[in-house]
Design a protein around this ligand. Structure first.
Ligand SMILES: [Zn+2]
Length: 380
């Protein structure tokens, strides 16, 4: 058994001070003190929080989940520890289907290996497939040439890999696809969609429970046509991804979103291959991307994803809202775990959950990271 002492332990609904977190591969609970001679880590008054879960991350530092490279998935999984991420969904772009299948195969391999102790990185929980069953009208950074009509037979062989799929509910064939994909255990997310409010509601009734980077790649909230944004925000069944880089969604909206959906917001990065690189021009899957601080764009100005990290997302949201620390942490831990139906294993420091733990300061700088109870990262 291992113990973390002197920490402020973040539970889903409270912060516990003056106690000790006990764990082995799993969380064992909160105890009064560590026994004599036990393996003890001193949190030095910092936060002891669940590891973060990024449901929408394409890549960074020249690596990309769309490269279909096991080695890159492994390297990214290690790098993500620095930002407090202990589990993630490598996220594919809309690519040619055979290319996507190569990506899914690499992710399947990484999923399996990331459960083993030698991985020493964030666990790969599956893939977030961003397309190809989306709307050409809201393609954003996705390549229109590879958009396809929904086809459950394409998804079926990859049901164990694709945990989350972004789909436009208004495209022909989407509703039966959503119902069937749901039965396969895939979580459906509306995104890259031109849906009206009624079409979005129909998608939710068919089984959509998630919204991909809310406000982005969907029509804006309009008082006479609330669209997918209105449908997602009003329905308690729907988790809403937010790219909290202060650019994709104005931070002026963070307090309003907190009031409407604090328990359903899911912080994501949507970070791309060029994230984490110096400002300049980069080639990404044959497309030119210009990185300028937090802005990543195509030469025509289209936003191409972000250069955000999960701990910076938490910092940005905390600076622009009035939420308690545990509410904030839930948005990057418990809520993403719930959104993909994995909260029985992930996302909270509760007895029986995987011992995925971060020790971080109140500015969300990461000091220590444990995955499955093993210390895998130590910062400053
Ligand atoms: Zn994306």
């Amino acid at each position: 058994m291992k113990y973390i002492v002197n920490g402020r332990i973040m539970l889903p609904d409270a912060v516990v001070d003056g106690r000790v977190l006990a764990f082995d591969r799993r969380i064992q609970g909160i105890v009064e003190r560590a026994p004599e001679g036990a393996e003890v880590y001193d949190a030095k008054g910092l936060w002891v929080a669940p590891g973060q879960i990024d449901l929408h991350c394409h890549g960074f530092k020249g690596m990309n989940a769309s490269h279909a490279s096991y080695d890159e998935l492994r390297e990214m999984s290690r790098e993500l520890l620095k930002y407090g991420v202990t589990a993630w969904l490598p996220t594919t772009m809309t690519l040619a289907w055979d290319r996507l299948e190569a990506c899914f195969a690499a992710i399947r391999w990484a999923m399996s290996d990331s459960q083993k102790p030698g991985w020493r990185g964030a666990q790969v929980l599956g893939c977030h497939a961003e397309g190809p069953f989306i709307s050409p009208n809201r393609k954003g950074a996705q390549d229109e040439a590879y958009i396809l009509p929904p086809d459950i037979e394409k998804l079926r062989p990859w049901r164990d890999v694709v945990r989350l799929m972004t789909i436009a509910p208004e495209v022909p064939g989407a509703l039966p696809f959503i119902r069937q994909a749901r039965k396969l255990g895939v979580t459906l997310s509306m995104g890259h969609t031109d849906a009206t409010y009624d079409q979005a509601k129909a998608g939710i009734e068919a089984g959509i429970t998630h919204a991909t980077h809310l406000f982005n790649a969907m029509p804006p909230l309009h008082h006479r046509e609330p669209g997918a944004v209105g449908a997602a925000l009003e329905d308690n069944r729907v988790y809403c991804e937010l790219i909290a880089d202060t650019f994709h969604v104005s931070p002026a909206l963070y307090p309003m979103l907190s009031k409407l959906a604090a328990r359903r917001l899911v912080l994501i990065t949507d970070s791309i291959e060029a994230a984490g690189m110096p400002d300049g021009e980069y080639d990404q899957m044959g497309q030119k991307i210009i990185v300028d601080g937090i802005h990543c764009r195509f030469p025509d100005g289209t936003i191409a994803g972000s250069s955000l990290t999960m701990n910076n997302a938490l910092r940005n949201f905390s600076l622009n809202s009035e939420l308690s620390s545990w509410q904030l942490v839930n948005m990057a831990t418990l809520q993403p775990a719930r959104a993909i139906g994995m909260d029985d294993r992930k996302g909270a420091l509760l007895r029986g959950r995987d011992a995925d733990i971060t020790i971080a300061d109140s500015g969300f700088n990461i000091h220590k990271v444990f995955v499955g109870g093993m210390l895998v990262y130590e910062g400053n």
